[in-house]
Design a protein around this ligand. Structure first.
Ligand code: OFO
Length: 167
């Protein structure tokens, strides 16, 4: 059975995953309209993946005798000055998610909630992957710089990378 405190913290994490999903959906829309088709495919899939992260938490909370709450997400950004700025924001967001997951893991230990602690290990591993993936993308963008044909190939490769990263 979840304590009130852990239930509340898990609902905060549900909100953060929902925010990730909506933020990436908003980015996908911008990218699609700007003609970054490969990037938009990647972001649409990433948005779906974040929703899956949210639902996984949702079911866990309800199965453990708590109650998951549907979050209201506001204040999403809808335009970016460049594709690099967009991915810098993704990385910043993911680093924040990692910090929150770590804080949640700490809270579980303090509460002696070893079941939730164990469940959260999946998220700990997932965050390592997510940060690695986005850092790789930013490294590529740095190498390419403003070079048009490089950016064209980057966009084309992104839909392929999307299949590798999101299955
Ligand atoms: Fe859910 O991993 Fe990103 O935010």
């Amino acid at each position: 059975m979840l304590s009130k405190k852990i239930n509340t913290l898990l609902n905060k994490q549900i909100e953060l995953e929902a925010k990730s999903s909506n933020a990436y959906l908003s980015m996908a829309s911008w990218a699609e309209v700007q003609g970054w088709n490969g990037v938009s495919v990647f972001l649409y899939k990433h948005s779906d993946e974040e929703r899956m992260h949210m639902l996984k938490l949702f079911h866990f909370v309800n199965e453990r005798g708590g109650q998951a709450v549907v979050p209201e997400i506001k204040g999403l950004k809808s335009s970016y000055s460049s594709i690099t700025e967009l991915f810098e924001e993704v990385l910043e967001h993911e680093v924040n998610v990692t910090n929150e997951i770590n804080a949640l893991v700490d809270a579980c230990l303090a509460e002696k909630d070893y079941t939730t602690h164990n469940f959260l290990q999946w998220y700990v591993a997932e965050q390592i992957e997510e940060e690695r993936l986005i850092r790789n993308i930013l490294d590529k963008l740095k190498l390419i710089g403003e070079e048009k044909s490089g950016l064209y190939m980057f966009d084309r490769d992104m839909s392929q990378m999307s299949n590798q990263a999101h299955g």
